[in-house]
Design a protein around this ligand. Structure first.
Ligand code: TMP
Length: 204
């Protein structure tokens, strides 16, 4: 079982991913592996640092796409694929849908190129269930107000409105896999919804 969490920066997905991890650990004996993408492995964390460094203003959109893909390939090959093969539950804070939303809808790269890069990076692994935490941009910005913005977070409001639109279109295209949640709801309310959806996915 592979579950991913998606949404713009400040949507609350990391909080929800952690709550689900805790609940699963308390309820099941199945091993749980929690990762963040980009990141988790040494190589992927090094690539993440390059991607988020706001000094890298010269980075082009295609370079950005390939670096996210490289970080993900390392994460899939060394952690996600072996864990799924061993029967673990894998939870990921972001995965391929981020690349569709940010690099295609946000940066304007062609969707077929994104699909191709994602296919190479994942070797065909697709999440069973994805939670998209949908939040208005102003709401997310309030939550991030105290944070030192990274290179992506400096991209501007129009960029993030396109990213949100990208996520919404994903939900419409793949309603079975991608569950859109109103992320302005209380943390506990959202967690209960996520827990029910995960339980339903386990029994189906
Ligand atoms: P995080 O702070 O949520 O871990 O994500 C790092 C940033 O990278 C975030 O601004 C979203 C962005 N991102 C992309 O642009 N494309 C991707 O494929 C991924 C995984 C993240």
């Amino acid at each position: 079982m592979f579950i991913t969490f998606e949404g713009i920066d400040g949507c609350g997905k990391s909080t929800q991913a952690k709550l689900l991890e805790e609940r699963l650990r308390a309820s099941l004996s199945t091993p749980i592996v929690f990762v963040r993408d980009p990141g988790h492995t040494g190589i992927s964390e090094s690539i993440r640092a390059i991607l988020l460094d706001k000094a890298n203003t010269a980075m082009t959109a295609r370079t950005e796409l390939l670096l996210y893909s490289a970080a993900r390939a390392q994460l899939v090959d060394t952690v996600i694929a072996p864990a799924l093969l061993a029967g673990s539950i894998v939870l990921a804070d972001r995965f391929t849908d981020s690349t569709i939303a940010y690099q295609s809808f946000g940066r304007g790269l062609a969707l077929p190129d994104i699909h191709h890069a994602n296919a190479v990076a994942t070797g065909g692994i697709v999440p069973n269930l994805t939670f998209f935490l949908d939040v208005p941009l102003h709401h997310a910005k309030e939550r991030c107000a105290d944070k030192n913005a990274d290179r992506i977070e400096l991209a501007g409001d129009e960029f993030f409105e396109r990213v949100i639109a990208g996520y919404r279109s994903l939900t419409e295209n793949e309603p079975q896999r991608v569950k859109r949640l109103d992320a302005t709801l209380e943390v506990e309310t959202l967690h209960e919804y996520i827990w029910s959806a995960v339980q339903a996915a386990f029994v189906s």
